[in-house]
Design a protein around this ligand. Structure first.
Ligand code: CA
Length: 249
């Protein structure tokens, strides 16, 4: 999951960035509205966490700008402004959720993950496919209750594939998400990760192919199991908006 933070307060941005990165998310940071818009045009984000008081423009204008340009990225507004007028105005202008500063880090993380899941058509953090269960809240993959011992990167590859449904994911897309453009290794590393991932899945007792290779194009969840990815029963509906309940999870 790749997130863009648009936040001019370096302290808040750093705290958020560290916490979200520890949760397996890839985080970019823009300190102004203009920089944020540039990055949104350059990269594909699953979520934009947007501050309203930016040095060069109102976050609200940036939001309107995004929606006018038909950018369909999820937007989580994080602002010190708690009045209902601005919260409603943001939601009306196309924000997907609104959090008031000071925030609980756990709530930011839970809401960020919920927004990305919902944007990808999943309302539950639990995905079941091909005999595997992938839990996006604990980053665990199980086969019949037995944990499959995956590295961070292997888990992330499987999650990215799942969030695409049965869609193709290019190796470049994996690299972007796994390394955030920093110290990127050669693209062949993705083949190594996928190879190890397949071995571990097979070792856990799953014999049917889960990940399909499309030569020269990338990888995808095998069509035979991909259909089940979109049919998981919702287990944890989002809080109603705009009433902001405090989550402790
Ligand atoms: Ca600010």
């Amino acid at each position: 999951m790749r997130i863009l933070l648009i936040e001019d307060d370096e302290g808040i941005a750093e705290t958020l960035s560290i916490a979200l990165t520890a949760e397996n998310m890839t985080v970019d940071h823009a300190v102004s509205g203009e920089e944020g818009l540039e990055m949104i045009n350059l990269y594909k984000y699953q979520l934009v966490a947007l501050d309203l008081g930016l040095p060069d423009m109102e976050g609200f204008s940036l939001l309107e700008n995004l929606r006018a340009a038909k950018k369909n990225v999820s937007v989580l507004v994080i602002s010190a402004r708690a009045d209902i007028e601005i919260r409603l105005a943001c939601l009306d202008a196309g924000a997907d959720d609104y959090l008031v500063k000071p925030f609980e880090m756990n709530e930011v993380i839970a809401r960020a993950r919920a927004l990305v899941r919902r944007a990808n058509g999943h309302s539950s953090s639990l995905l079941e496919f091909g005999g595997l269960t992938l839990d996006m809240s604990t980053y665990e993959v199980r086969v019949a209750d037995r944990l499959v011992d995956l590295t961070n990167k292997e888990y992330k590859i499987l999650e990215i594939l799942c969030l695409r449904g049965g869609g193709i994911v290019t190796k470049g897309h994996f690299l972007d998400h796994l390394y955030n453009g920093m110290d990127e290794p050669e693209i062949k590393i993705i083949d190594v990760f996928v190879c190890n991932l397949r071995k571990k899945i097979k070792g856990s007792g799953i014999n049917d192919p889960i990940i399909e290779t499309l030569w020269g194009r990338g990888y995808r969840i095998h069509p035979a199991v991909a259909a089940s990815l979109l049919s998981v029963e919702p287990q944890e509906p989002l809080d109603p908006l705009p009433e902001m309940k405090v989550k402790t999870a």
